[in-house]
Design a binder for this molecule. Sequence first.
Ligand code: NAP
Length: 321
Amino acid sequence: MQYRHLGKAGVKLSELSLGAWVTYGHQFGLEQAKQIMTAAFDTGVNFFDNAEAYANGQAEDIMGQALKELGWPRKDYLVSTKVFWGGDGPNDRGLSYKHIIEGVNNALKRLQLDYVDLVFAHRPDPETPIEETVFAFNQVIREGKAFYWGTSEWSAAAIMRATDFARRNNLRPPSMEQPQYNLFARQRFEEEYAPLYKELGYGTTTYSPLYTGLLTGKYNDGIPEGSRASLKDFGWMKDRVQDEQKLAITRKLAEVAEDLGITMAQMSLAWILKNPHVSSVITGASNVSQVEENMKAVAIKEKLTSEEMDRIQSIIKDIKE
Ligand SMILES: NC(=O)c1ccc[n+]([C@@H]2O[C@H](COP(=O)([O-])OP(=O)(O)OC[C@H]3O[C@@H](n4cnc5c(N)ncnc54)[C@H](OP(=O)(O)O)[C@@H]3O)[C@@H](O)[C@H]2O)c1
């Protein structure tokens, strides 16, 4: 495993990390979570991503209990949560001062932790002044309940506004984004956010590196039983993984992976790791063998020479996001 700074921040994250969306609480419970986290930790993963929204808080319950039972030293791992979707009540969602403070407090209880390392605003909240949101995250950090705060899928303009307000008022500005980034979704990460890397030293923990599984090639011949797109509660993913244009591109990409003697998942992850603006790629896995396969992408990135990167670029260049 290799470790990267979170943008210009001093803290270092494993370049591949592990997230809890869909899997924890939907596909498995405590015992399998422990096995999967152990497989990741044993290869050097030090960052585990979560959110109050995942399985309505159950994902945090499971991860918290797993961390407690695994007993790793707290200094050896980082945990994140994200606040925005905390329930159905009028003040259970969004980025008000009230929901941010309460959302973080509730997440810490579920995770059985004194602090999370990273906390993200899971989406922008157009109904709350950005100043109120900055004040609330500043308070979370002042109280030692999180070390760094950031954004997830905010526009670059909103991030700049939040940063400017924080700096003018001597408050902690956001310092990291959690955006989607993969072979099919590139525009925001590569173009819109370019000034954030240059001017702010913004860090990134990117998500859905395999486009929720499609980039493994597993949907090339239909939807396999037990896969994420076959899950009852995630029917909306069926269309996403049956997009004919993306499947055609995936089949072409599979030829590159085969020539390199690696799997599609490994190639897709390694391609992301080639981008220096990525601090950590948050992977998802429904079993231990996926973790083992995916973590090898760290070594495989050396196989993606500029020639191979050009070959991949010629395949994905016309993708419509
Ligand atoms: N901030 C946000 O808004 C946001 C949004 C989405 C995700 N995230 C974070 O990012 C993390 C990763 O996102 P993601 O889960 O969408 O990642 P992903 O890598 O695109 O998809 C992961 C899923 O693909 C399948 N898979 C993974 N490796 C495989 C392999 N080697 N062979 C076959 N199938 C494989 C598994 O699903 P099956 O085996 O079930 O098919 C796995 O759960 C999440 O857990 C979450 O922490 C954040």
